[in-house]
Write a protein that binds this ligand. Structure first.
Ligand SMILES: N[C@@H](CCC(=O)N[C@@H](CS)C(=O)NCC(=O)O)C(=O)O
Length: 205
């Protein structure tokens, strides 16, 4: 059975969504990252030398990086979530890369400062700068979603899951999505999927 390391509340969350979407059974592997720092143990570093989660094991195959894991799961278990042409594949990669390297970093900076850094040490200037970066990117996504149900060529793809997982962080960080009607419509549809519901449920525990 597929094994996955990483709490659904972190970067691994999007992989749980994809595991649910492809309908493969999986086992959540225990990893004490707080007290025992098991993600830095020699055993775990053999799986992911970065000492980070998620990491997924499928038989004797090991893969890390959350969006790469999602592409792997789609390729192996639900290839209809991938593009059919070079153009579709390009756009799926475009949105998946964009959400990871553009939209997510300012959100993560805010989470780190507001949730993990003690108040006296908090870099509020970084929080403010990060906060300002997000709305223009949401506007880009909103424009791209105009009149559409899915991000790429009106077919549900890996890009929808990867981007939805980051939009979910923005929503959790109380960014107002109401000015972005196209995002709201698409995101509501994604939230109706059983895989998304399970992902939200897993994050509660
Ligand atoms: N780009 C990586 C990010 C992985 C990552 O930063 N994971 C965090 C948890 S959300 C982690 O393992 N942090 C532990 C550490 O950095 O020591 C991915 O998307 O898989």
């Amino acid at each position: 059975m597929i094994q996955i390391y990483g709490t659904p509340r972190g970067s691994a969350g999007r992989c749980y969504m994809m595991l649910e979407e492809v309908g493969q059974p999986y086992e959540i592997m225990p990893l004490d990252m707080m007290e025992k720092k098991e993600h830095k143990s020699p055993e775990y570093l053999k799986l992911n030398p970065n000492g980070k989660v998620p990491c997924l094991i499928d038989g004797d195959f090991v893969i890390w990086e959350s969006t790469a894991i999602n592409f792997y799961l789609a390729e192996k278990y639900k290839p209809e979530l991938l593009g059919r042409t070079p153009e579709e594949k390009g756009l799926i990669q475009q949105w998946s890369t964009w959400c990871m390297v553009e939209l997510q970093p300012p959100l993560v900076d805010m989470i780190i400062q507001l949730m993990f850094v003690p108040e006296p040490k908090r870099d509020m200037a970084l929080v403010e700068r990060s906060k300002e970066k997000v709305p223009p990117m949401l506007a880009v996504l909103d424009q791209a979603m105009m009149g559409k149900t899915y991000l790429v060529n009106e077919r549900l793809t890996v890009a929808d899951f990867n981007v939805a997982s980051v939009v979910n962080i923005a929503a959790a960080m109380k960014f107002d999505l109401s000015p972005y009607k196209n995002i709201e419509r698409w995101f509501s549809g994604m939230k109706e999927r059983p895989s998304f519901k399970k992902f939200i449920d897993l994050r509660k525990h």
